[in-house]
Design a protein around this ligand. Structure first.
Ligand code: AR6
Length: 168
């Protein structure tokens, strides 16, 4: 598996699957989630509503992942995952690692070869970038998956440089 880094917008990535840093309601939000729903159009929210009406009536638990259409995005699927809110009091890093592992498991089910990840939990959920990058890179490297490219898409230069240092 190749791990690549891109500085930019995850909604512009022509990959098989784009991972969304969602919340457990699956009903949208700010950050990556807002951008994906805005640019992907209403088909994504419609698919999320169907998930909530079915197997995910209680919402998507933290650390788990589920796929929908990517709507108008230049990808085939969106894989929604729910990162943990960062806590100074409790170590939740296993839940953040689980987001990457579970997203890649769902990608394998879809037979997706290329998958783009944002830096899950590092925005609204408050995770320090360096620690999040360490967990993300370790989880992806340890994953047993048929995915051939994992692309980390970082929104700004500071985040890009942190991931670059972790991969080096
Ligand atoms: N492309 C790539 N990265 C982005 C983009 C983008 N278009 N937009 C933001 N980032 P966040 P979280 C970066 O807040 O911390 C939502 O309301 C951003 O700079 O999107 O997991 C959900 O509904 C940051 O480094 O996700 C949840 O309620 C990273 O993506 C909650 O936010 C993740 O920031 C999830 O919070």
């Amino acid at each position: 598996m190749n791990i690549t880094l891109v500085k930019g917008d995850i909604t512009a990535q022509p990959v098989d699957a784009v991972v969304n840093a969602a919340n457990s309601s699956l009903m949208g939000g700010g950050g990556v989630d807002g951008a994906i729903h805005r640019r992907g159009g209403p088909d994504i929210l419609r698919a999320c509503r169907e998930l909530r009406a079915g197997h995910y009536g209680g919402g998507l638990p933290t650390g788990q992942a589920v796929a929908t259409t990517a709507g108008l995005l230049p990808a085939r699927w969106v894989i929604h995952t729910v990162g943990p809110v960062h806590s100074a009091a409790e170590d939740r890093s296993h839940l953040l690692a689980s987001c990457y592992r579970e997203s890649l498991r769902v990608a394998d089910e879809l037979e997706a070869a290329t998958v783009a990840f944002p830096a899950i939990s590092t925005g609204i959920y408050g995770w320090p970038m360096d620690d999040a990058a360490r967990i993300a890179v370790a989880a992806v490297r340890a994953a047993e998956t048929s995915v051939t490219e994992v692309r980390f898409v970082l929104f700004d230069s500071a985040a890009y440089e942190v991931f670059e240092a972790r991969l080096g």
